[in-house]
Design a protein around this ligand. Structure first.
Ligand code: ZN
Length: 293
């Protein structure tokens, strides 16, 4: 598979924000401040990240670069080898635990077998980590790195108060986000992270997938989780134990959100898997007698 990188802007969006788009795969974001540049995420391979840096050439040379890894999912940080030794990489402390887990290398080996474009990927750890939150003071713009777990334990979103922009990465996703596991606690985390982002009252909310800027996606995601809980509320324990629950009419992905007619089949299948995990977590919360919606 060949993927190209393009720089995108949006007429309504502040011109210090540039979306770095790697085809349909993922969006990274480049933010220019008075004191430094910040690149949020390094795309899925070092080659893609290098392409992005080449396109941003003049801007990158104009001031120092700080790189943020939003979370350790492959499409967001496998480009780190293009940055290593050139700019500091910042991530949440939980990112290191994910990198040290055997699963990280396992995913890489699987992907290399599937597609040779991953052959140069190296798992590069962040240089600077933090717990809770951290602020990058760029002078004209402040980038507040906010821990927003639930999609993954290490996930961070970026809030830029001066221009009311939230770079939500994968904490918000169109049509739906995916919870880390089918556990009550992860469901609680993803919902409270969504509420935290909603309560910023951002003018623009920019996820890494879905090509949207609208803050309404946050409310859409929250309503989706609320609706999941409502639809299973009156099911018996036996009904809840059905392993095919996400395939029953009324509980399928398309019964909760509108799937765009032009969405490729494999993308729909991907979101169906996310939905199945989300439904599983909602069932677990219900069995635990808890509701967060
Ligand atoms: Zn992602």
């Amino acid at each position: 598979m060949t993927i190209s990188v393009e720089l995108c802007s949006h007429p309504q969006l502040d011109d210090r924000i540039t979306i770095v788009r790697a085809g349909e795969e993922v969006d990274a974001v480049f933010v220019r401040t008075e004191r430094f540049n910040v690149l949020i995420d390094t795309l899925g391979t070092p080659e893609l990240c290098r392409m992005a840096l080449d396109l941003l050439d003049e801007e990158v040379r104009a001031r120092p670069l700080i790189v943020v890894n939003s979370h350790m999912d492959w499409d967001h940080f496998w480009g780190n080898a293009a940055i290593a030794g050139k700019a500091p990489i910042v991530a949440h402390a939980a990112a290191c635990e994910r990198l040290n887990d055997a699963r990280a290398l396992q995913v890489l080996n699987e992907k290399v077998r599937e597609d040779s474009r991953f052959r140069n990927v190296e798992l590069i750890a962040p240089d600077i980590t933090f717990s809770g939150s951290m602020a990058l003071h760029g002078g004209d713009l402040t980038l507040e790195l906010i821990h927003t777990p639930g999609h993954t334990p290490d996930h961070i979103a970026v809030w830029i108060p001066e221009i009311s922009v939230c770079l939500a990465v994968d904490a918000v996703e169109y049509p739906i986000p995916e919870v880390w596991s089918k556990s009550t606690n992860d469901l609680r985390l993803i919902c409270s992270s969504l509420e935290r982002i909603r309560d910023l009252h951002a003018r623009f909310v920019i996820p890494a997938h879905g090509r949207t800027l609208s803050p309404s996606t946050v409310n859409g995601n929250l309503s989706y989780f609320r609706e999941l809980a409502v639809r299973i509320e009156n099911l018996s324990e036996q009904e809840l134990s059905n392993s095919e629950l996400a395939k029953l009419t009324g509980l399928r992905l398309q019964d909760f959100v509108t799937i765009p007619a032009d969405m490729p089949r494999q993308v729909v299948e991907f979101y169906e898997t996310c939905h199945e995990t989300n439904l599983g977590a909602t069932v677990q919360a219900r069995l635990d007698g808890l509701s967060f919606t």
